[in-house]
Ligand binder design. Structure first.
Ligand code: PXP
Length: 240
């Protein structure tokens, strides 16, 4: 059964909207764990628009399950990760203007750079995941870098409006997950996963972990973090 890792970036988004001390993503992470989250995820962006360095430092000390740091492949981020040593780093593409991560990392285009980053992080005992689109050539390139995990980008599936687009995005995820698993990679999935589309995504057997942020934080604003995490876990585990 797939695990649920909760991304608390958007708790920090609310805090940063007023440059306040609350709500604290560290508190949200503790509540998510109380609700049953099996991992905590944060994205330390270069522009620090939500998560701050201090959040990652404290989370390293307080997270009891598993801490996954999403980051761009930059010298600054590799240095921060090497010092803080999260359990896993997920390498993502990053553009300053984007509202959120817009697509998977283009591993094919920068294979040597990605390979070098994977190696440097692994030398610090950090497991490395690459966030990629479910395209066979990207999956094979990810495998060649020596990473342990691929997180398949579910955004295209989540955002599809037409039934045919949704179906073809789903089929790409299913075959991508099979290919990655056959290469010995652990398969995770995330981006745009919500309380509705999880019912299809949970059927992809190879997926060991879902990384979910926005939909859970949005529900938590209304019903509380513990309840929001329990609701998602029930869907992942029981399907209703
Ligand atoms: N996985 C990755 C690699 C991401 O960049 C994000 C967004 O930060 C997520 C998962 C979570 O996406 P969402 O907030 O849409 O659930």
């Amino acid at each position: 059964m797939a695990r649920l890792a909760v991304n608390v970036d958007h708790v920090a988004t609310i805090r940063q909207a007023r440059l306040a001390k609350y709500p604290d993503p560290v508190t949200a992470a503790a509540l998510a764990e109380l609700g049953g989250a099996q991992g905590i995820v944060v994205h330390l962006r270069e522009d620090r628009r939500h998560i701050q360095d201090r959040d990652v430092e404290i989370l390293r000390q307080t997270v009891k399950t598993h801490l996954n740091l999403e980051m761009a492949i930059t010298e600054e981020m590799i240095n921060i990760a090497s010092k803080i040593k999260p359990d896993r780093c997920t390498l993502v593409p990053e553009k300053r203007q984007e509202l959120t991560t817009e697509g998977g990392l283009d591993v094919l285009k920068q294979e040597d750079k990605v390979k070098e980053a994977v190696k440097r992080l692994q030398e610090h005992g950090i497991e490395v995941s690459l966030f990629i689109d479910a395209e066979p050539e990207q999956i094979k390139a990810a495998h060649r870098t020596g990473c342990e995990v691929v997180e398949l980008h579910t955004g295209t599936f989540a955002d599809a409006r037409k039934a045919e687009e949704r179906q073809s995005a789903y089929e790409a995820l299913v075959s991508g997950a099979k290919l990655a698993a056959s290469l010995g990679l652990k398969v995770h999935a995330g981006h745009g996963v919500d309380y509705s589309n999880i019912l299809d995504l949970r059927k992809i057997e190879e997926v060991e972990e879902f990384s979910i942020g926005h939909s859970i934080v949005a529900r938590a604003v209304l019903v509380g973090m513990v309840q929001a995490v329990r609701d998602m876990l029930r869907l992942i585990q029981l399907g209703y």
